[in-house]
Design a protein around this ligand. Sequence first.
Ligand SMILES: [Cu+2]
Length: 140
Amino acid sequence: MKKTIVSVIVIVLACLAMYFIARSFGPSAAPSSVPAVETAAQTGSSATPAQASVSNAPAPVAVNIRNFSFSPATLAVPAGTKVTWTNGDAVEHTVTANNSLFDSKPLAPGQSFSYTFTTAGSVAYHCAIHPMMTGTVVVR
Ligand SMILES: [Cu+2]
């Protein structure tokens, strides 16, 4: 029994030593191991790790504008979610709510627009320049 505990402690110490050695020698070794620890510590947040440090706010969500469409076109998010649209096309687009809740005005290629949804409900939106481009955000 005592031997088992001692060998477990030795293994843990060896792992820690290897971790710190890898950290101090290779700069590429640290980023691969650090996010894994953080992801394991966070419970609810999934796809977007960057701004998930604010624990009581829902994780922000990104929508890509590409090939004259919103991707994903339909989103379901909890109230309080900040959604950011980024124009990945070579032409201008807008993100315009059908009910005038928000309007990005023309976004140049590479530009982004963000809106934080606070009220439950379904918000349909479109591109004012290309009205066939449509999307929906369902706020729970
Ligand atoms: Cu457009």
